[in-house]
Design a protein around this ligand. Structure first.
Ligand code: UD1
Length: 425
């Protein structure tokens, strides 16, 4: 540990030349954590596969254990969850503050146990992340909330259906409303629902368990409540991680070379892939596979982040890194999290020419970055620092690696295997 109490691990990156080979994409963090939370809804044994080896899965496992569901992994990629029905609807601060997805236990526990005490959730450090949409929607379904001493106490004898129109298609709020509505009396409709592939993955598991949900993958979800006893545990394969897939695309984009990215879902990345083609990448996609060839300098483009199917905010640090070494100037507009530009200071340390004002970053490309020590401020920004190291002359060392470990399954090993000069030190 360092004097500040941070783990010492660092990642050192040096550009050795073009990348070549095949990278398998693991399951999505933002899906598997929600699948895990959904196991609170029904007793039995669940088997999740394509589970990424990341710290957030371990933390969610500890949280589930505190709530009464045992999680264990008999081998890499497989996770067994045992729910014997003896649940404790109290989510302790030490675990909740470590991951944002802990908020996803709210819907299941409220509808299953009639109450839940939950500390306010933590997660990445990119500005205020309110939960007013979760609270207002569950109130419309009959829940009552009290907030004191950093803890939310939610109660509901039995939730009832409601017509909910979200003012913003929040991923977490959509997921909590759906899980809460599964046992509510009557029908719940959600207009302007989030349509992210990870929301779809969670809904698919709920349907496999016996929930009655229609409109999955559209912006209008309809959930007809079922009796508590009619839901059963189920097995489910986690959807591939589009953000990790994009990370490997960004890596080859700045390092040059040719990669096959397999066990991906290109259809979940259509908008992003179209923009990458505009930037000069040669990308072809077929079932479960992306083939990408990167030759010559990237071209700059303007990119706004938007809810799915728009360009995800989680791609943004990767895109800004690519623009840092592209030909020309590009403007990136953040429409989800105004504070999500902290890693820009780190890119500037590497010689990038970026100016941020409000929601916008103006990136003027330079031919190459120049290696230096930088810090990972959150999961995606950390991965972007690693990608930046591949675009830099000399050695780049990334500290704050614990953030990367929260969401990336062997980023270093995967990149090293395709020829990147990268090691953990
Ligand atoms: C999820 C993802 C995160 C991703 C984000 C947007 C997980 C664990 N995290 O986060 O990686 O960046 O989706 O794609 O899946 N908002 C409110 N009130 C609310 C809820 C949200 O104002 O009650 C706002 C947020 O402040 C933010 C926007 O809505 O500006 C998007 O948030 P949301 O879609 O809820 O993101 P998360 O589910 O937290």
């Amino acid at each position: 540990m360092t004097a500040s109490g941070e783990p010492r691990d660092q990642i050192a990156i040096r550009h050795l030349g073009p990348l070549k080979g095949t990278i398998r994409v693991p399951g999505a963090k933002n899906a598997v954590l929600k699948l895990m939370a959904a196991s609170l809804l029904a007793d039995g044994r669940y088997e999740l596969t394509n589970v990424p080896a990341i710290d957030d899965v371990a933390i969610m496992g500890e949280l589930l254990a505190a709530l009464g569901v045992r999680a264990h992994s008999p081998e890499p990629g497989r996770l067994i969850l045992d729910n014997d029905g003896d649940l404790v609807p109290l989510a302790p601060y030490e675990l909740v503050e470590r991951i944002r997805a802990s908020i996803n236990v709210l819907g299941p526990l409220l509808t299953r146990c009639g109450e839940i005490r939950l500390s306010m959730p933590g997660g990445d450090d990119f500005g205020a992340r309110p939960i007013d949409l979760h609270v207002a929607s569950l109130e419309a379904m009959g829940a009552s909330f009290k907030f004191a001493h950093g803890e939310l106490h939610a109660t509901a004898d039995r939730l009832h259906g409601a017509e909910i129109a979200l003012t913003f298609p929040s991923v977490g709020a959509t997921e909590n409303i759906v899980t809460a509505a599964v046992f509510a009396e009557g029908t719940t409709t959600i207009d302007n629902a989030a349509r992210e592939p990870e929301v779809v993955d969670m809904c698919d598991l709920l349907v496999e368990m016996g929930a009655d949900i229609t409109g999955i993958g559209t912006s209008r979800l309809v959930v007809d409540g079922v009796e508590r006893g009619s839901l059963k545990a189920a097995d489910h394969r986690t959807v591939p991680d589009r953000i990790q897939a994009a990370t490997y695309l960004a890596a080859v984009a700045v390092a040059g070379g040719e990669l096959d990215i397999v066990e991906a879902r290109p259809e979940h990345m259509e908008n992003l892939l179209a923009r990458f083609v505009e930037m000069g990448l040669d990308v072809s996609a077929d079932a479960g596979r992306l083939h990408v060839v990167a030759e010559g300098r990237l071209h700059s483009i303007d990119v706004p982040t938007l809810p799915y199917p728009g360009i995800a905010t989680d791609y943004k640090p990767l895109i800004i890194t690519m623009l840092s070494v592209a030909d020309g100037a590009g403007i990136v507009t953040e429409n989800l999290y105004p504070g999500r530009f902290r890693y820009v200071e780190e890119l500037i340390r590497l010689g990038a020419n970026i100016r941020t004002t409000g929601h916008h970053a103006v990136v003027r490309g330079v031919p190459r970055l120049s290696g230096a020590p930088v810090r990972a401020h959150d999961i995606r920004a950390g991965a972007a620092m690693v990608v930046a190291g591949l675009a830099a002359d000399g050695v780049t060392t990334v500290s704050g690696v614990q953030h990367i470990d929260r969401g990336y399954d062997d980023l270093v090993g995967r990149l090293a295997a395709v020829g990147a000069g990268i090691e953990r030190i």
